[in-house]
Design a protein around this ligand. Structure first.
Ligand code: PSZ
Length: 290
């Protein structure tokens, strides 16, 4: 049997149902997280729970559980579902109430849902790298909130998929912001560069792990806005996310990045990332860097 979390309880997944007047369903009025599970263990769990708290706070929904309670619930869910390699999806909405744009004054209880999904590491893409397109960033100005409102992101990802690409790299005027579901990095003359964590992008947990690893090693890193031109002239380009990890980008709008193969600093960061996974979650059965 497969289980899910609905509010404070772990129940049969097929019995986890929410109200049609839930504000998540009606308005996308809520926040979410995706947490990676390797070897049955949650990777960077505290960081994801902290961001979940921050996102919900920024739209005035207060967490009805402590972070410890939530962590215990998620860990129990992973155990009960016998999940080894996959993700936990978790979302919280403002709750159910008669439809009205303004929040109901009182007496509304947030709806918290979580479930698990098996998901292998994308080892082939991590080896070869992926293709991308460049696209205008048409999203709102609070992309730092991990909100359920994802239409802008979905439209961008769909355009990429229609061109057999893995991701859409978005830009506002000349400045590259982020992917539709990832952060974007360039490497130029040995320096790793990525957009600073401001309201134009999501502060990726993976991005922060990568920055910490640069700082802890000899790799120079700069968080600063960079232009489309810098992207196009970069020595290496990669993206990062919970499920994509450190993913080499080898093509942008049909143009190869350098010679069209993953670069040495990207490879080094992939190796460091796998080390961090193994430190937190134990030995990986399918390593990209051996
Ligand atoms: O399974 C998937 O396709 C996932 S799991 C996480 C994401 C996609 N995306 C996270 C994300 C994002 O949606 C945007 C707009 N920017 C950056 C990221 C990367 O954030 P982390 O590293 O925390 O996953």
């Amino acid at each position: 049997m497969e289980f899910a979390i609905l509010n404070g309880s772990i129940i049969n997944r097929s019995e986890a149902k929410v109200d049609i007047e839930d504000r998540g369903y009606q308005f996308g009025d809520g926040v979410y997280e995706v947490i990676r599970v390797y070897n049955g263990k949650l990777f960077t769990e505290n960081e994801h729970l902290a961001r979940f708290g921050k996102s919900s706070e920024s739209i005035d929904i207060s967490l009805p559980y402590s972070v410890t309670e939530l962590a215990n619930l998620l860990e129990e869910l992973v155990l009960k579902n016998d999940l080894q390699m996959g993700i936990v999806y978790m979302q919280m909405t403002r709750g159910a109430a008669p439809r009205n744009h303004a929040y109901p004054a009182k007496g509304i209880t947030p709806t918290l849902v979580a479930y698990t999904k098996e998901f292998p590491r994308p080892v082939d893409s991590l080896q070869t790298g992926v293709k991308t397109i460049l696209l205008d960033d048409i999203r709102w100005l609070r992309c730092d909130i991990k909100s359920l409102n994802l239409l802008g992101n979905l439209l961008a990802k769909q355009k990429a998929a229609e061109q057999a690409c893995y991701e859409a790299i978005q830009h506002r005027s000349e400045t590259v912001t982020e992917g539709s579901s990832s952060n974007i990095f360039i490497v130029k003359n040995g320096v790793v560069i990525t957009h600073p964590s401001d309201p134009f992008i999501l502060k990726g947990i993976t991005k922060d792990v990568i920055i910490q690893q640069c700082l802890a090693s000899t790799i120079q890193v700069e968080e600063r806005p960079f232009s489309i031109e810098e992207l196009q002239q970069a020595d290496e380009v990669f993206l990062s996310s919970t499920t994509s990890e450190v993913m080499p980008i080898v093509e942008i709008d049909r143009n190869r990045v350098k010679n069209g193969t993953p670069g040495p600093i990207t490879r080094k960061l992939q190796a460091l990332f796998e080390k961090e996974i193994e430190k937190q979650c134990g030995a990986l059965p399918d390593k990209v860097i051996v």
